[in-house]
Design a protein around this ligand. Structure first.
Ligand SMILES: Nc1ncnc2c1ncn2[C@@H]1O[C@H](COP(=O)(O)OP(=O)(O)OP(=O)(O)O)[C@@H](O)[C@H]1O
Ligand SMILES: [Mg+2]
Length: 187
């Protein structure tokens, strides 16, 4: 079994570290919480509500965002478009409504853009925003992943080995970014 007998509780405002050797089930836990691999047994509660077995997009809509250990960016799309996708959970107008009444969608689009711009600035991705994401170095790709998770303004953020492959300087700045985002969002 990949994960068995795990019982943990993360409080609001808490930074919870899950440590274990390779193959101990850290990523599997993340996949279970975020709906990628629903658990065969047990329950997962978010703010007291049962989210066990919900599809990944539904878990995302409830306020959970994650990064992927092996990166899950959309190659061929720009850095900006990859980050915008993280904002999708906050975009509501249907395609038809937007086609018929574009002015209705406009204020929402502007508000969403503001958050995205703030995060791009904050993660220092301005210089590569229009680059295809497959053309940038690994360290930057990791930052794009984190940016995509942050624009969702999640109440629960799961980072799966966000600093693997980074040097000491980059680790420090990523750590600062995650901590101050937590402070500003009050999450
Ligand atoms: N879908 C799956 N079906 C069966 N076994 C799996 C599945 N996913 C992962 N495993 C196995 O479960 C174990 C836990 O893997 P997991 O990737 O969760 O560990 P990890 O703690 O994230 O490791 P690492 O530190 O290398 O990232 C491994 O033995 C892995 O091969
Ligand atoms: Mg892992």
């Amino acid at each position: 079994m990949a994960v068995t007998g795990v019982d943990l509780h993360v409080d609001k405002g808490e930074i919870f570290g899950l440590v274990g050797p390779n193959g101990s089930g850290k990523t599997t836990m993340t996949n279970a919480i975020t709906g990628f691999f629903p658990p065969q047994k047990g329950r997962i509660l978010l703010h007291g509500q049962d989210i066990t077995g919900l599809a990944p997009h539904k878990v995302a809509r409830r306020g959970v965002a994650r990064t992927f250990q092996n990166l899950a960016l959309f190659n061929g799309m720009t850095v900006l478009d990859n980050i915008l996708l993280g904002r999708h959970v906050h975009m509501h107008p249907s395609v038809f409504r937007t086609m018929l009444y574009p002015w209705l969608a406009r204020p929402e689009e502007i508000a969403n853009r503001e958050v995205v711009e703030e995060v791009i600035d904050f993660m220092q991705l301005e210089g590569v925003r229009d680059e295809p994401v497959d053309a940038i170095p690994l360290g930057l790709k990791k930052r794009v992943e984190l940016a995509r998770a942050l624009v969702a303004e999640p109440s629960f953020l799961i980072l799966d080995e966000p600093m693997a492959g980074m040097n000491q300087r980059r680790r420090r700045s990523t750590w600062r970014a995650s901590s101050s985002m937590r402070a500003t969002s009050g999450a």
